[in-house]
Design a protein around this ligand. Structure first.
Ligand code: GUN
Ligand code: FE
Length: 405
């Protein structure tokens, strides 16, 4: 735990009980019989071991514990409507057959409002206090997602999806000019709303959906406005091969993003199952991070990310659900699936250094907030015990964690 303000001024709630959290030094730290004060802005402002007098309610939680909110570093809010279905095709065919036709429906704002409300409520109930969302190409529906996340008290990075290439469903794409213009409008409008919990994130869908010109525009927008960036990378071997064909003059898939200024310390790239050592080195050098989405990787038969190798390269890594490539919106599922993949790698190689449960807990909380610097000053989010301090804390405690609907 970090600094503690011993003054009771501004404290709105005090919680007493066992606190379980992750730090950079200790994967899981258990603090028994502690007090934790939360100020009126939802930030931890007081921590003590011994009981002292406060004039307000102390919540005692016996046989239960407090933990930081979890950070979903990669989730498609727009795909929540079909989560748990349509997992019988590999990635590129799955996008064409199921994903693009559904995402095209978000032109309809009422459709968008319904699904986005459900996904925000569901992920909050499951303990996700910060989410890195992909919306769709539709600016107004993407703005609505930002409003809904803010209203329900979830910290969110929201991305209006950019794509100017789509041969299969030609009506679900933009021209490069539209994509650039609408991205600027999205960022401007979202920042104007001054939602304390929500930020825009520049979101090229992935290299196969974007021309080099569009990638260049998006890199420039992110750089000029110091914004987060999210996309997909090296999820399947077929995709890597396609990128080689589409971008023959680049050293690697990672190089495509790097040369368009899309690899920064505020970048979160999903998957990375098939990255080479050289590409991981580039991630390390630029500070870009990886969202590991094990449910999706197995469900779409994409590959198995060797998390240990990524960590050995000192590349930042968090966990993601990748709904609806992943069938569960729960970060607890992402924890379990991360363990499963690590154990599957151990079955293949008995010398493999299997991840421990404690390490995976850290990835789901602190790892997610570190990757892409997803957590900023103010309420909400994961990370060290500060992550608890979200406006959704009460909701989190009262509802417990519902892993299923
Ligand atoms: N690559 C490009 N778009 C997508 C998507 O929507 N889901 C997944 N899993 N991978 C992608
Ligand atoms: Fe994804």
């Amino acid at each position: 735990m970090t600094s503690s303000n011993e003054s009771a001024a501004g404290i709105a709630h005090v919680y007493r009980g066992t606190f379980v959290h992750a730090t950079y030094h200790t994967a899981v730290e258990i603090l028994e019989d502690r007090l934790l004060g939360v100020d009126t802005e939802g930030k931890v402002c007081h921590r003590r071991k011994f009981s002292i007098h406060f004039n307000f309610v102390v919540i005692v939680v016996c046989s239960e514990f407090f933990m930081p909110g979890m950070v979903d570093t990669h989730i498609h809010a727009s795909q929540y409507s079909y989560a748990g279905t349509a997992l019988d095709l590999p990635l590129l065919q799955w996008l064409n057959m199921y994903t693009f036709p559904v995402e095209a429906c978000y032109k309809d704002l009422e459709f968008a409002r319904n699904v986005y409300t459900h996904v925000v409520k569901r992920t909050l109930r499951n303990g996700t206090t910060t989410a890195c969302y992909f919306a769709t190409i539709h600016t107004d529906a993407s703005l609505l997602l930002g409003q809904i996340a803010n209203d329900f008290g979830q910290r969110a990075l929201v991305g209006k999806v950019c794509m100017d290439t789509n041969n299969f469903i030609p009506h679900y794409k933009e021209t490069p000019e539209e994509s650039e213009g609408e991205t600027k409008r999205f960022i401007g409008e979202l920042l104007k709303k001054k939602y304390p919990l929500v930020r825009p994130v520049v979101t090229p869908r992935f290299a196969p959906s974007c021309s080099a010109a569009l990638l260049g525009h998006l890199g420039e927008i992110a750089q000029n406005n110091d914004l987060h960036i999210q996309s997909h990378i090296s999820e399947t071997k077929e995709e890597v091969k396609l990128v080689k064909e589409l971008f023959p003059d680049y050293d690697s898939y990672t190089d495509v993003y790097h040369r368009h200024n899309l690899l920064t310390d505020k970048t979160v790239m999903a998957h990375g199952c098939h990255l080479t050592d050289g590409e991981l080195k580039l991630f390390r050098e630029t500070g870009a991070s990886i969202a590991h989405c094990p449910n999706s990787n197995i469900s779409l038969c994409s590959g198995m990310l060797d998390v240990r190798r990524v960590l050995n390269h000192k590349v930042k890594l968090g966990l993601g659900t990748d709904v609806a490539g992943g069938y569960s919106p729960s970060m607890l599922d992402a924890v379990r699936r991360t363990m499963d993949t690590s154990k599957a790698l151990t079955i293949q190689d008995t010398q493999y250094n299997t991840l421990t449960f404690e390490e995976v807990f850290r990835l789901a909380t602190l790892g997610g907030s570190q990757g892409g610097r997803l957590v900023w000053k103010g309420g909400g989010g994961g990370g060290e015990v500060e992550g608890l301090l979200s406006p959704s804390l009460n909701q989190y405690i009262n509802d417990q964690i519902h892993d299923d609907l």
